[in-house]
Design a protein around this ligand. Sequence first.
Ligand SMILES: C[S@@+](CC[C@H](N)C(=O)[O-])C[C@H]1O[C@@H](n2cnc3c(N)ncnc32)[C@H](O)[C@@H]1O
Length: 194
Amino acid sequence: MSNNWNEYAAGWDSNASVIAYADNAYIALKNTVALEGRRILDFGCGTGLLTQRLAGTASAVVALDPSHKMIAVLENKGLNNVATIASELSPNLLDDNRLLSPKFDLVVASSALAFVPDYINVLKLLHQLLDTGGYLVQWDWHKEEGEQGYGFTAQQISSALTEADFAECSVSIPFSMQADDSSLDVLMGVARKA
Ligand SMILES: C[S@@+](CC[C@H](N)C(=O)[O-])C[C@H]1O[C@@H](n2cnc3c(N)ncnc32)[C@H](O)[C@@H]1O
């Protein structure tokens, strides 16, 4: 898969697999943390397949993605409690973007953190954005040790969350996706800001 996400934007919402992934992630999330009235950051939101599901119960969602074409598709959905940021996350953005100044109750990252250049640094920035007691929940493809491709081992997620100062870290496999004749497991990392 290319890392130029703009080229996927137009067809993203008609891809049955990515819709199923967002549905499964949302169900797993609802079974894990309370969403009602929460202020949520959707990191690597893409076209907002998860964002739009969250927007129904959250008080506000900030959806961030560096692909301006993905963000344009989300903005066209006209969700009234969703604000967007078309940028990567950086220390400067944290200082300068007013949408990021009230802390979040929940940060979600659905199939996004495996694509950032420095996973642990991004986790540290996401930790800063959370209120005390807030949760980070991520979903990524499950990789075995030494396997190529985008994804993580459970150990990589759990060590990275701990290194980024999160507490109560857990990693599970809440769902799997069918691909041709194989099944791909999805890992869900959950952690809390103490
Ligand atoms: C597999 S898509 C997932 C999109 C969306 N979360 C979903 O579930 O439909 C990966 C997303 O990560 C975004 N992404 C890539 N690099 C990123 C970065 N450094 N920071 C934030 N998001 C990034 C891409 O632009 C893309 O929208």
